[in-house]
Design a protein around this ligand. Structure first.
Ligand code: ADP
Ligand code: MG
Length: 163
């Protein structure tokens, strides 16, 4: 694991995993220290491991059967129950801003539970308080997770905006 400072307010951590199970365990660990309400923005190509990581995070958030975690395909959001509601959003099939509006992000983002967004680069706004994770395929079963966390002081200072 490599840690580096990014500007004044954010910390970046690089984590190498060598199997889907390991990525799930990383997700589980990350989820346990997430603020609620909170959001995790995921980026990475198809098959990078976004859904796998989300499954681990759902386990870390106390979901009884994380095997039910799969990418929402016909809806853009799946809702699971753990210690709090888990909103699993996948914007892969997003067709523009009207679609984004139809998810009803306003109802939960920054209000309750944890929102996890796959293909978050398709969001039309930024979320300064979110944890951002980019998954890089490093060949075979290796993945590098670039985790960018908002600093605690920043999280306290700034209010949720966007959505
Ligand atoms: P995405 O949601 O980013 O499209 P998925 O999580 O659905 O990706 O799929 C990731 C695929 O890569 C799965 O088939 C998984 O078994 C495989 N895989 C291999 N190695 C890893 C790893 N280290 N971490 C996560 N997934 C991995
Ligand atoms: Mg996926």
């Amino acid at each position: 694991m490599t840690t580096s400072a990014v500007g004044k307010n954010r910390k970046s951590v690089q984590i190498l995993t060598k199997s889907p199970e390991e990525t799930e365990r990383v997700g589980e660990k990350i989820a346990r220290s997430l603020p609620v309400p909170g959001a995790v923005l995921l980026r990475g190509s198809l098959g990078a491991g976004k859904t796998t990581l989300t499954r681990g995070m759902a386990r870390g958030l106390g979901m009884a059967d994380p095997n039910l975690v799969s990418s929402p395909s016909f809806t853009l959001v799946n809702i699971y129950q753990g210690v709090c509601p888990i909103y699993h959003v996948d914007l892969y099939r997003l067709q523009g801003s009207r679609d984004l509006y139809s998810i009803g992000l306003d109802d939960f983002l920054g209000r309750e539970g944890v929102t996890i967004v796959e293909w978050s680069e398709r969001l039309s706004f930024t979320l300064p308080e979110a944890t951002e994770i980019e998954i890089e395929d490093a060949g075979d079963d290796r993945r590098v997770l670039h985790v960018l966390s908002p600093s605690k002081t920043r999280a306290k200072r700034e209010k949720w905006r966007g959505a």
